[in-house]
Design a protein around this ligand. Structure first.
Ligand code: HEM
Length: 202
């Protein structure tokens, strides 16, 4: 089975058949535009294009899933107990669980609910997303100092924005946002494992 909202709709192979190459091809068609948008977004982060091309690619490889997770968090609707796939089709959590989704789906729902509770506006969301991307895993990054300097700069800007917008809750909101970074890293790791095991035995 393939139960990932980045695909068109959940795929369950008919009994007795092997999933073929087509399922990956259809799947790629549905998530490729979203991945391309992450690349376009990265290019618009002031300072990103000044990193070496090698390091730009490294951050994108490590961080694209995390950026998409933040961007698509709203697809996990915890009031309605539904997940909307990129195709726009909406499924109940119960249906997705019955198809084989498990702990990772639960963890993503929890992440999305807590992020929504911070009530970020569009600008805060996009600055937070920029912080997520430049905070991606640094293994393989060559010029760590430059990535760190860019990260510091973006975090400072995010802090200023949150402090201006969230009144008495500002300091807590900012702290909670930073604590989302390790949660995203962990979702990324678990999701990569599922992706890998799906590739090994679809
Ligand atoms: C599961 C691929 C992005 C959420 C999976 C699986 C694959 C996969 C192969 C395992 C399917 C299975 O065994 O049924 C990908 C690829 C992506 C991507 C190639 C490319 C960008 C995302 C994003 C999200 C997401 C951005 C969240 C916003 C999930 C969820 C599951 C899943 C909720 C099911 C977890 C569970 O079984 O509990 N994904 N995914 N994926 N993915 Fe993705």
């Amino acid at each position: 089975h393939l139960v990932c909202p980045a695909t068109d709709s959940p795929y369950v192979e008919p009994a007795g058949t092997e999933p073929g190459q087509e399922i990956w091809e259809d799947f790629s068609m549905s998530f490729t535009p979203a991945v391309r948008e992450v690349v376009d977004f990265a290019k618009r982060i002031p300072g990103f294009l000044q990193l070496s091309e090698h390091d730009q690619v490294g951050l994108l490889k490590a961080g694209t899933f995390e950026v998409l997770m933040v961007r698509f968090a709203a697809l996990f609707d915890m009031a309605e107990h539904t997940v909307t796939f990129l195709s726009g089709k909406c499924y109940s959590l119960a249906a997705l669980r019955a198809l084989g989704a498990g702990e990772l789906l639960n963890a993503m729902c929890e992440f999305s609910e807590k992020l929504a509770a911070l009530h970020l506006d569009r600008h805060e969301m996009s600055l937070f997303t920029a912080v997520v991307l430049v905070s991606a895993d640094r293994s393989g990054i060559r010029d760590i100092d430059s990535v760190e300097a860019l990260q510091d700069h973006l975090i400072q800007a995010l802090r200023d924005l949150v402090m201006r917008n969230h009144g008495l809750d500002a300091a807590t909101t900012f702290t909670k946002l930073l604590l989302k970074l390790p949660e995203l890293r962990s979702l990324n790791n678990v999701h990569s494992e599922e992706l890998l095991s799906f590739k090994v035995h679809p």
